[in-house]
Write a new protein. Structure first.
Length: 228
């Protein structure tokens, strides 16, 4: 497409909307740092959690930070939509449960419903899985990552992101009693994946996003935009 844009804005100057989807992992406690990074790059951010992800976040603080309520459950019939439509989605942390359900089209939570629907609508989606070395070894999880990548989801996973940690530690390994490895936070783990979303998403207003940084060219999937 012709033209370039300096940030995630539509042609009328409004900020694009990024859904940050947080799953049930201790890493979700730091999702506010990821929100801050995206806001610094010009995104309007909305936070959605899975039911287990809701256990780790400060809903009041995130609502104050984003200006939008944190959504977890499907709304009741007749209730208005309280979030603006998404121009991109970033799943961080993405758990094994969510990744596997998403890959087979299960939509039994709001987060999964948004991902399944958004993928079908061509909304660009990036996913940053976070789990332990034992769960990551399950063949279904690896197959799900590959399938999502083939469908155009930007999957950021591997030792170049963060080393897998042993079960029960929540830390990237190896873990030593004297000097435990530091826990990553959602902001550092996701990096600047929202920039990839801006670069490769549906171009509302007919403008292209900024070029893909070379350091984001590594991932499980081919890094294509979602199905159109």
């Amino acid at each position: 497409m012709a033209g370039r844009m300096s940030g995630p804005h539509t042609s009328n100057g409004h900020r694009r909307v990024l859904y940050v989807i947080a799953c049930g992992s201790p890493l979700a406690r730091h999702v506010g740092r990821l929100v801050d990074l995206a806001q610094q790059d010009g995104w309007q951010v909305c936070v959605v959690t899975t039911p287990d992800g809701a256990k780790f976040v400060d809903r009041t603080a995130l609502a104050r930070q984003t200006g939008h309520p944190v959504r977890t459950h499907y709304k009741n019939p007749g209730d208005p939509d309280v979030l603006p439509p998404a121009d991109g989605m970033l799943v961080c942390p993405a758990t094994v449960n969510t990744v596997n359900k998403w890959a087979v089209g299960i939509a039994d939570t709001l987060a999964l419903g948004l991902l399944v629907e958004g993928q079908g609508m061509g909304v660009p989606i990036a996913a940053v899985p976070y789990t332990n070395v034992a769960m990551a070894a399950h063949p279904a999880f690896r197959a799900s990552l590959a399938r999502l990548g083939e469908w155009g989801v930007r999957v950021v996973f591997g030792d170049h992101v963060v080393p897998l940690h042993p079960p029960g530690t929540g830390r990237p390994g190896p873990v030593r009693a004297s000097r435990p490895a530091p826990r990553p936070d959602a902001g550092k783990l996701a990096g600047r994946e929202h920039n990839w979303i801006a670069a490769h998403g549906r171009r509302r207003g007919g403008r292209a996003g900024p070029p893909l940084p070379a350091r984001l060219g590594r991932g499980v999937g081919p890094g294509r935009p979602g199905a159109r």
